[in-house]
Design a protein around this ligand. Structure first.
Ligand SMILES: [Zn+2]
Ligand SMILES: [Zn+2]
Length: 246
């Protein structure tokens, strides 16, 4: 899980079943009283490392006090519970994972590939035969982020809005509108050589000839399934932040 020294700009995210995690009994959600024995809970432990690049020129900007401590990196641990939804496509929703990442200060534009990675791992855990009888599905997530101070500045009011979710007002990203998503062109990638972006920046896999792809108006390409998932979370292009209408 070491950060590769020669590629310091790469953020890192990995997730796996955490069989040796110590599950805190105290804050474990109470089992439901309706006799539904199928209820499973994910217990997710995040180990998050923020790496602060050296030689930051501090602008006249007192909001970014982290630099003043002179830290090179800081690591913190965060734990979350979430019910397992038992669906073929999504046992732990991107929405829930994004809320967790936002609570631990992962900037929204660094989240797309992490959401994909964590959601895929959650599905593997939920669907593994040897986990069927478990009440608690433990998952470990390790994240390393190279802090780019400008990204926190850019995540302004157009990125997050205060939304009333059930009875609490929460700062949430803005999903793309249905009309703007319907206006995007779906196509089958015919020739890999013709596209400037060779990799889907959400699942981090190569865009192969024959893939079902989708282009944003900024001309950035993704797998259809990946970008449609992301646009339900946020309306901006993960590569260049072009914003679809919300
Ligand atoms: Zn993809
Ligand atoms: Zn773009």
């Amino acid at each position: 899980m070491e950060h590769e020294a020669d590629t310091p700009s790469d953020d890192f995210c990995d997730a796996w079943q955490g069989d040796h995690l110590e599950i805190p009994k105290t804050d474990q959600p109470a089992p439901s009283d309706d006799g539904d024995d199928d209820t499973q809970q994910f217990f997710i432990k995040f180990k998050v490392e923020f790496i602060y690049p050296p030689d930051i020129t501090l602008e006249d900007d007192e909001d970014y006090v982290l630099v003043e401590f002179g830290l090179e990196s800081s690591t913190s641990i965060h734990q979350f519970w979430a019910p397992c939804k038992r669906s073929d496509s999504e046992n732990l929703s991107w929405d829930e994972i994004s809320t967790m990442l936002t609570r631990i200060n992962v900037p929204l534009h660094k989240q797309p590939s992490m959401l994909h990675r964590i959601s895929t791992c959650a599905n593997h855990i939920a669907n593994a035969d040897h986990n069927r009888s478990k009440k608690v599905l433990p998952m470990m997530v390790s994240i390393s982020i190279l802090v780019d101070y400008s990204c926190y500045k850019q995540e302004d009011a157009s990125t997050y809005v205060l939304r009333n979710n059930a009875d609490v007002a929460k700062l949430m990203p803005v999903p793309a509108s249905n009309e703007s998503v319907e206006g995007l062109k779906k196509e089958i990638l015919e020739d890999q050589g013709n596209v400037s972006v060779k990799q889907c920046m959400i699942c981090l896999e190569n865009l192969q000839a024959g893939s079902e792809i989708m282009g944003m108006p900024c001309s950035h390409l993704y797998h259809q399934i990946c970008i449609l998932h992301w646009l339900k979370i946020s309306n901006f292009c993960p590569i260049c932040r072009f914003q679809l209408s919300a």
